[in-house]
Write a protein that binds this ligand. Structure first.
Ligand SMILES: Nc1ncnc2c1ncn2[C@@H]1O[C@H](COP(=O)(O)OP(=O)(O)OP(=O)(O)O)[C@@H](O)[C@H]1O
Ligand SMILES: [Mg+2]
Length: 259
């Protein structure tokens, strides 16, 4: 067993003293030839720590569900730009604090792909934080009431990737909108973002209390953004269109039978 390999494992476990003093201690005990067992043990420790770290990052990311790119059927809505998504999935945009805007029709996979990229980021060792726009407004309200807005800001801005799902569904009062603007403004120095929305762009300003705040915030969302348009039919309806009718018929038949 190469003593250097064991040193690398010690360093991976942040055991710098053990790495530095291994030569001396091994020489003292003339044990350099029998390092296989310790190497295997260290490898197990490294694997366990990696797994725990991943689980912790998944929990902190607050994903509503775990989705993968592999589960996505690109043939269902072929107009969705697969190449652009695959480019984002390389995660380079995260290192550059860029934005991915996933815009378009309901049920076409915006949230699915945002979560899938989020999971890839977490697996790559990055910190992700995921929230719906509605929940963000709720969290801001709660944090303001508890006077700990700084904790919420830190949680969001210390993540490498911030996913804001379902933008445009809730209208915001001035106090919330100002904090949202502040977050979007400060984000560019700290974290990348993926924002999903099925609302028409023309309607975006309606969620703000005034046009000045709306323009300033929307401007920041589009700053160096990679825009992916989701066109096509809702996957939620796939193979289900006949189902409700079938159920109604069955129930109706039962009702008929009772009469
Ligand atoms: N092309 C696809 N292949 C496989 N599953 C898909 C595909 N498109 C959507 N889905 C699934 O359909 C459901 C709805 O997709 P999703 O929630 O991502 O839609 P959305 O575009 O975010 O819709 P909304 O605008 O209503 O939020 C999810 O369970 C998702 O996993
Ligand atoms: Mg969605």
């Amino acid at each position: 067993m190469n003593i250097e390999a064991v040193k690398t494992q010690f360093r991976a476990l942040k055991m710098s003293t053990a790495a530095k003093e291994l030569d001396e201690v091994a020489a003292k005990h003339k044990a350099a030839v029998s390092l296989h067992w310790i190497s295997e043990l260290l490898e197990r420790e490294i694997d366990t720590r990696k797994e725990h770290g991943l689980q912790k990052r998944i929990e902190r990311a607050a994903f509503p569900e775990l989705r993968t790119l592999e589960e996505f059927d690109w043939r269902f809505n072929p107009k969705i730009d697969k190449e652009k998504i695959e480019e984002l999935a390389k995660l380079e945009f995260i290192h550059n604090n860029r934005i991915g805007l996933f815009l378009g029709k309901p049920g076409t996979g915006k949230t699915h792909l945002a979560l899938a990229i989020g999971l890839l980021a977490v697996k790559a060792g990055l910190r992700v934080y995921c929230t719906s726009a509605k929940n963000l407004a709720y969290e801001i309200t709660l944090a303001r009431a508890k006077n700990n807005l700084d904790v919420l800001f830190k949680k969001i801005l210390s993540s490498n990737l911030w996913i804001v799902d379902n933008w445009g569904v809730v209208s915001m009062g001035r106090e919330i909108a100002e904090e949202v603007f502040d977050l979007f403004d400060r984000r560019k120095y700290n974290s990348a973002m993926i924002l999903t929305s099925n609302r028409d762009l023309k309607e975006w300003s309606e969620v703000f209390p005034d046009p000045v705040l709306a323009n300033a915030t929307i401007d920041r969302m589009f700053d160096r953004a990679e825009i992916v348009i989701f066109e096509g039919k809702s996957y939620r309806l796939k193979g289900r269109i006949e189902l409700p009718e079938f159920r109604v018929t069955k129930t109706a038949r039962k009702e008929e039978a009772k009469i």
